[in-house]
Write a protein that binds this ligand. Structure first.
Ligand SMILES: [Ca+2]
Ligand SMILES: [Ca+2]
Length: 161
């Protein structure tokens, strides 16, 4: 391959990488609801702990849902901006790791007050489901308690300054 071709390929790769980063940045700043900004990570899948750490490294925090209106806003993101097909999962920071059956948002410490559980959830399946994700169960989307070591997409949030 000639030197010109190598340069051309490098240029194309760099351009695509930059546009990907730019589009991610746009997604991050265009998702705003009331007093929060959101970063939607629909490409990388991580377990609950790594998702939590990833958000911290961005200077953000793993998603909390404060009320039904915010739930509906996030649900709309799942339906319109990412391919949240049946079987898809996305982490929130909700967990009952501290006390089985009592769920709190790990990111803020406040209790989970909204009730958006899918039917028969939370079921603490296999006695080992302690982290709340959005789950598309055959077309119906809602909360499910899932094993924290499972991998899923996630959303980071940050208060608007
Ligand atoms: Ca549990
Ligand atoms: Ca479950």
């Amino acid at each position: 391959m000639s030197r010109i071709c190598v340069v051309l390929v490098l240029f194309i790769v760099c351009t695509q990488a930059l546009s990907l980063a730019e589009s991610r940045h746009k997604r991050q700043v265009t998702n705003q609801f009331r007093n929060k900004n959101y970063y939607v990570e629909s490409l990388i899948k991580a377990n609950f702990y790594n998702a939590f750490l990833f958000c911290q490294r961005l200077g953000m925090r793993l998603l909390t849902i404060d009320n039904n209106e915010e739930y509906d806003y996030i649900l709309n993101i799942l339906r319109t901006q990412i391919q949240f097909k049946p079987g898809s999962k996305l982490w929130t920071s909700g967990t009952d790791l501290a006390q089985e059956g009592t769920f709190h948002w790990m990111s803020t410490g406040f209790p989970v007050l909204i009730n958006k559980w899918l039917p028969k959830q939370p079921d603490n399946g296999s006695g080992n489901e302690n982290c709340i994700c959005f789950w598309n169960n055959r077309g119906t989307i809602g909360f499910n308690d899932e094993q924290c070591t499972d991998v899923a997409n996630f959303i980071c949030e940050s208060p608007k300054l």
